[in-house]
Design a protein around this ligand. Structure first.
Ligand code: ASP
Ligand code: MG
Length: 417
């Protein structure tokens, strides 16, 4: 019993039948005595359609009007769910972000939340009313509706949970967080628990379960988070296990994880591209001349590798970036050719990034070595490497993505027996 935010993604509310199914999940939690707020996404495909209409209306358009259009998707779902809940005899009311209000900054199209006053929400919830809140949006300083960027409803849900000191269950089309994508690794296992840090790495490395920003927020505000499936039967009374875990995966502090693995997951992303700048002078200022203009054009760079020629005079610099930014990056770098003074600019989009993630790496040696050995064993060449405290990522030929993920899953003992 307590305060609970339940968030349902687009596939979970894709049609009226599914919205009814969602309402039964809500009913179960209300009957268990919880004070419930629900955060909803737009029905599957709706946001894409709305964005496409904006694009057709004018290829370049005002971000405020884009927000006015795309924010409507979530309003439809919120209203429909409130209607279904009322029809089931559960007091419910829909609320758009601006009505709560969810305050954001003025960056239309990818706004960040700045404040949520949860007092009104808490009052209504305590009176037994279910608040159905539109995800993905808020109100900008000038008073206009703003949206948070794709996948933003996860972040809305966590922010609402933080504002009202609630737990947050994120319902989606998978039943939790896996050691690897179960669509490519049949022996992947569902994790009972994963730490915020690991989840953050997984999310930013390409695992699409949660928006990265939502995990950041949950970590900062210590919001108890669970990822679970909306497609499991809604009417089972209590699905919690004796060890305190639920039907899905709990995202929590690492101290709350008893059984720790050195590596908890293998992530991959095909959303990668590689640029090589050949034969530049190896002297101060060259990297700044390359990466400065990229940054000015809002292009984020991920891995960077530099090879210096044997006489020490020249270098080749290779870096990776999101595939969608490749064309722009080539334009930007072509424009600064004389200033940088390279001989050749090469690029490729046939690359993928594969990563191993685990907080156990902090205290165990040999994690990276095992990764390289497992890839070598399959004859997979590593084109670039980056590490952080809890992850090792390699760039490989995209054609070997699945092979690499499976090989690593096995090498770290993650295969289901
Ligand atoms: N409907 C929005 C999107 O598709 C937000 C969300 O679903 O999280 O990006
Ligand atoms: Mg989503």
């Amino acid at each position: 019993m307590g305060r609970l935010v339940m968030k349902f993604g687009g596939t979970s509310v894709a049609d009226i039948d599914r919205i009814r199914n969602v309402a039964r999940h809500v009913e179960r939690e209300v009957k268990a005595g919880n004070h419930v707020a629900v955060v909803v996404s737009a029905m599957a495909g709706t946001t894409n359609q709305l964005i496409e209409w904006c694009r057709q209306a004018a290829a370049v358009h005002d971000a405020r009007e884009y927000d006015a259009v795309v924010a409507t998707g979530e309003q439809i779902t919120a209203g429909l769910l409130a209607i279904v809940l009322q029809d089931m005899g559960i007091p419910a009311r829909s609320w758009a972000g601006w009505q709560i209000p969810v305050e954001t900054d003025g960056v239309h199209g990818s706004a960040r939340m700045t404040n949520i006053n949860g007092d009104g929400l808490i009052k209504r919830m305590e009176q037994g009313q279910v608040a159905v809140i539109t995800g993905f949006q808020g109100i900008a300083p000038g008073g206009r509706v703003s949206t948070l960027g794709r996948g933003g409803s996860d972040t809305s849900a966590v922010a609402v949970a933080a504002a009202i000191s609630a737990a947050c269950d994120i319902y989606t089309d998978v039943d939790g967080v896996y050691t690897a994508d179960p669509r490519i690794v049949s022996k992947a296992q569902k994790l009972d628990r994963i730490s915020y840090e690991e989840m953050l790495e997984q999310a930013s490395l390409g695992a699409k379960v949660l928006q990265t920003r939502s995990v950041e927020l949950a970590m900062v505000y210590k919001v108890p988070l669970q990822v679970r499936s909306s497609f499991e039967p809604p009417d089972l009374p209590s699905q919690n296990k004796p060890d305190g875990t639920g039907p899905g995966t709990i995202v929590c502090d690492e101290e709350q994880i008893v059984e720790q693995h050195v590596v908890s997951g293998i992530a991959y992303s095909r959303d990668e591209a590689k640029v090589s700048i050949r034969h530049v002078k190896d002297k101060p200022g060259i990297s700044a001349a390359i990466f400065g203009p990229l940054a000015e054009n809002d292009i984020s760079v991920d891995m960077i590798v530099q090879n210096v020629s044997s006489d020490g005079a020249f270098a080749d610099i290779t870096f990776t970036l999101a595939r969608k930014d490749l064309r722009k990056a080539i334009e930007v770098l072509s424009a600064v050719k004389d200033k940088v003074g390279y001989s050749e600019l090469a690029h490729s989009a046939d690359v993928a990034k594969v990563s191993v993630v685990g907080i156990g790496m902090r205290s165990h040696a040999g994690v990276a070595a095992r990764m390289f050995a497992a890839l070598a064993d399959k004859g997979i060449n590593i084109q670039a490497i980056t590490t952080s405290e809890i992850k090792v990522s390699v760039l490989i030929d995209e054609a070997y993505t699945e092979l690499a993920v499976r090989a690593l899953h096995q090498a770290y003992g993650l295969d289901k027996t």
